[in-house]
Design a protein. Structure first.
Length: 315
């Protein structure tokens, strides 16, 4: 899948493949032309991805080939034991979690899971958890706290499921309870936005000692399309909405709403999933080591103070 702004790069890469094929099928020496074209492609990539608009970064965050929660788990964990169910209603397939061994650490990983094809997307409800998903997440957090294991959450959702049945089962209450309980967890908590971080659906597993965003992700109370629909009664102004909302990782860091940005491979996480997984694994391990040095009571106090300081209050 190619996004609009990637077309010029794809065109040059097509020419490069033609040159390489010509060199393989004949005795013509095109090594200099190939090297020049490779350099041109690299320069164009650097310039393109360094100057993306906010809407283009939103598009990259939704790329169907980006790694999802279980891709990261499988790539960075030596062992993973998935745990199921909220012990009340059912097992929500849009929210996954379990104990994992990452390097020499055992952690509880919890995250929203999308699907790589139509069947998987339907099975995972497009990454939109129901109340039981958030209640399962809280159950697993409490289990991790009981055994003294750090918690890592992967956020990637277009929002909590907005269906009538979700509201009937207490969607708002489930998310609100998670917010309250996550503030008081005694173990280290790291939250990573790996794709879309939309609304309360993201916040329901987004209260942590460190909140990190991958380079090409977004985090906001509403999507640019829905913002456009409310303000202009049309999706046609989504690019303007994205610019006004400032939802990208750079914007969030400048506003003090997240603690750090994790660099992605050139072109986005989907261009080199193995490298992205390795980068995030190293980041998690170093961040856990940093949090280990802080006493639990102080960690909780810092967590509360950090989120309490966000926003502006006018009396």
């Amino acid at each position: 899948m190619l996004l609009d702004f990637e077309q010029p790069i794809a065109s040059l890469e097509g020419k490069l493949q033609e040159m390489q094929k010509l060199a393989a099928d004949s005795d013509v020496d095109v090594s200099e032309a190939v090297a020049a074209l490779e350099a041109k492609i690299k320069t164009l990539k650097v310039e393109t991805y360094a100057n993306l608009t906010r809407w283009q970064r939103v598009q990259l965050s939704r790329h169907p080939e980006r790694p999802y929660t279980l891709d990261y788990v499988q790539g960075m964990a030596d062992k993973f034991v998935e745990l199921h169910g909220d012990r009340t209603v059912r097992d929500d397939k849009a929210m996954v979690g379990g104990f994992a061994e990452i390097g020499d650490r055992t952690v509880m990983i919890i995250g929203q899971q999308k699907g790589h094809n139509t069947k998987q997307r339907q099975f995972r409800n497009f990454g939109m958890p129901n109340p039981e998903g958030y209640r399962k997440a809280l159950r697993l957090m409490k289990l991790a706290e009981k055994f003294g294991k750090p918690i890592v959450t992967f956020i990637d959702t277009p929002g909590a499921f907005p269906g009538l049945e979700a509201e009937e089962r207490g969607q708002g209450e489930a998310i609100a309870r998670n917010l309250k309980e996550m503030f008081m967890l005694k173990v280290p908590v790291i939250c990573v936005i790996i794709g879309e971080g939309a609304s309360g659906g993201a916040l329901g597993i987004g209260i942590g000692d460190r909140v990190l965003m991958l380079e090409n992700t977004w985090y906001s109370v509403i999507s640019p399309e829905n913002c456009s629909t409310i303000l202009w009664r049309s999706w046609d102004y989504k690019e303007q909405a994205a610019e006004a909302m400032k939802p990208t990782a750079t914007d969030m860091l400048q506003a003090g709403l997240v603690d750090g940005i994790v660099k992605e491979p050139l072109g986005g996480a989907h261009t080199n999933a193995e490298e992205m997984i390795a980068i995030l694994k190293d980041t998690l391990l170093s961040t856990l080591a940093e949090l280990d040095a802080i006493p639990a009571a102080e960690r909780i106090s810092q967590r509360i103070d950090k989120f309490s300081a966000m926003g502006v209050v006018v009396e």
